[in-house]
Design a protein around this ligand. Structure first.
Ligand SMILES: Cc1cc2nc3c(=O)[nH]c(=O)nc-3n(C[C@H](O)[C@H](O)[C@H](O)COP(=O)(O)OP(=O)(O)OC[C@H]3O[C@@H](n4cnc5c(N)ncnc54)[C@H](O)[C@@H]3O)c2cc1C
Length: 459
């Protein structure tokens, strides 16, 4: 197959020679205006589509899978009616203004998530330790913490350190761990930071870690989308059903001076003046770029590492859970890192408990997950002995081995100079939570969409 470059003559010639998708060209009342093409039907891609359509720009979105939403995945199968579990995007901080605005625009109410209330429980050497204040914890757990650290919640130590620290320069070569040590983090405190910070402090840069932690600390108690995060996706998809092509995997991007051509897995070519790539880093790097990878992509590739988080869920008796006086946070150095109860209850009093793993805790869960539901069930029962009624109903989504995602989120490694600022090269514009200031958050997907749309409209 021959690929073409930018000129209109070449473009027209190409139409004759290639199986162009019927929707790749849209006639408007004015001159020929090709739709902006969007690759990726996660929140970022859908938000770009929504904003472009609102601005009167035709746009067409391609999603590889039959399901839209990407890392927003609400699980309902196997659960009591009315219950759901979230395998990806879930909590919305009060400071996440864009998600709040979008939910209100789509008329989806938010439910409070009393994340920081109730007794906390720490799982240590197979013991379940209840506490409210760090000083309630037994000495063998707090030995080695500094006097200041002993006054902070151990699972929020990384946030406590970040609160009043001076800003770290983007080109500071230190890892987050080194920076925290320089701020006085004790060896014992390190164990807590490693277990509870979602980004690995050893791998990530101090500047990036500080940005993420500051955002998290400012978030306070969070909220969730009532009825499930996927309601956001469904509402956006319903608005733009005509402009969405599911089951369409984009494999190649042919970059011209003023146009780009996308080739899908069926060999159909789609031509546009502007293309938004709204993909996580893994799939973005896997695309076949011709004549070669855009320069900014090489820089993003170098500047990011992919991190993993896995959630599994158990259906529990909400009354039994309430009687324990625990709202959330059965914590541990190993799996589960944290648990929390989703706000919905079924008619017969069941609710869904989330259990999460990050970093070194992942291996155990992945192994059990691989062996099947029974092993997962056994693991969860063993780890949460306080609960008599525990029905394990999901094994969560293994984002790392999902070829359309390739990891839960990405971050900037130590030694890197931070995020490359360039989001556009020729006709290609980049979007997606991973390239925003809120990597790992739905807010980031919306922030990146905002930037991408203003790039498109400016051109
Ligand atoms: C375990 C976990 C927990 C999380 N918890 C929270 C939370 O509590 N709060 C919060 O705000 N955020 C959370 N997030 C983050 C949030 O879910 C993401 O930041 C956000 O959903 C990412 O949206 P996106 O559009 O950038 O990317 P994605 O959702 O990854 O969308 C990318 C899309 O591109 C598609 N695609 C891939 N390759 C191709 C191709 N070649 N052609 C066409 N389509 C392709 C994929 O199928 C996918 O649909 C969590 C994420 C994970 C994984």
């Amino acid at each position: 197959m021959k690929y073409w470059s930018s000129s209109r003559r070449d473009f027209l010639k190409a139409i004759a020679g290639l199986a162009l998708s019927g929707t790749s060209l849209a006639r408007t009342s004015g001159p020929l205006q090709r739709p902006v093409l969007i690759v990726g039907g996660g929140l970022a891609g859908l938000a770009v589509l929504d904003a472009l359509q609102a601005a009167g720009r035709p746009a067409l979105l391609f999603e590889a899978s039959a399901r839209l939403g990407g890392r927003i995945l609400t699980i309902r199968d196997g659960l009591e009616p009315g219950l759901r579990a979230e395998a990806g995007g879930e909590q919305i901080m009060r400071s996440h203004q864009r998600v709040h605005r979008l939910a209100s625009d789509l008329r989806i109410p938010l439910a409070d998530y009393p994340f920081l209330e109730g007794d906390l429980v720490f799982r240590h050497h197979s013991r379940m330790l209840r506490f409210r204040l760090p000083s309630d914890l037994p000495a063998d757990l707090t030995d080695g913490l500094s006097p200041w650290e002993k006054t902070r919640w151990p699972h929020r130590l990384h946030l406590a350190y970040t609160e009043n620290a001076d800003p770290v320069a983007d080109d500071d070569p230190r890892s987050a761990l080194q920076w925290l040590r320089d701020l006085g983090l004790s060896r014992r405190g390190e164990a807590f930071v490693r277990a509870f910070a979602t980004v690995d402090p050893e791998q990530t840069s101090a500047a990036h870690f500080q940005r993420i932690a500051r955002r998290e600390a400012a978030g306070g108690n969070s909220q969730v989308l009532a009825g499930g995060s996927d309601r956001l996706i469904e509402a956006l998809a319903a608005r733009h059903a005509q402009s969405i092509r599911r089951n369409t995997t984009i494999r190649s991007v042919v970059i011209g001076e003023n146009t780009a051509t996308l080739l899908d897995a069926a060999g159909v070519a789609h031509v546009a003046d502007q293309v938004v790539l709204a993909l996580p880093l893994g799939p973005l790097l896997q695309l076949d770029y011709r004549p070669g990878q855009p320069r900014w992509l090489a820089r993003w590739g170098e500047a990011r590492v992919v991190a993993h988080e896995l959630k599994v869920h158990g259906q529990v008796d909400a009354r039994e859970f309430a009687a324990l006086g625990i709202r959330q946070h059965i914590m541990g150095f190993e799996f589960p890192r944290m648990t929390w109860l989703l706000p919905e209850h079924s008619a017969n009093g069941k609710a869904v408990l989330n259990a999460t793993a990050v970093h070194r805790q992942l291996a155990l869960v992945k192994e059990a997950r691989f062996r099947g539901v029974q092993d997962m069930d056994r693991l969860l029962r063993q780890r949460l002995p306080l609960l008599r009624t525990l029905e394990v109903t999901t094994r969560g989504e293994d984002w790392e081995n999902n070829p359309l995602i390739c990891g839960a989120y990405t971050y900037v490694p130590a030694g890197s100079r931070g995020s490359p600022p360039v989001l556009r090269e020729g006709p290609l514009v980049l979007a997606g939570s991973d390239y925003s200031d809120y990597s790992g958050w739905m807010e980031g997907a919306l922030q990146s969409a905002e930037v991408a749309v203003s790039e498109i409209l400016r051109a």
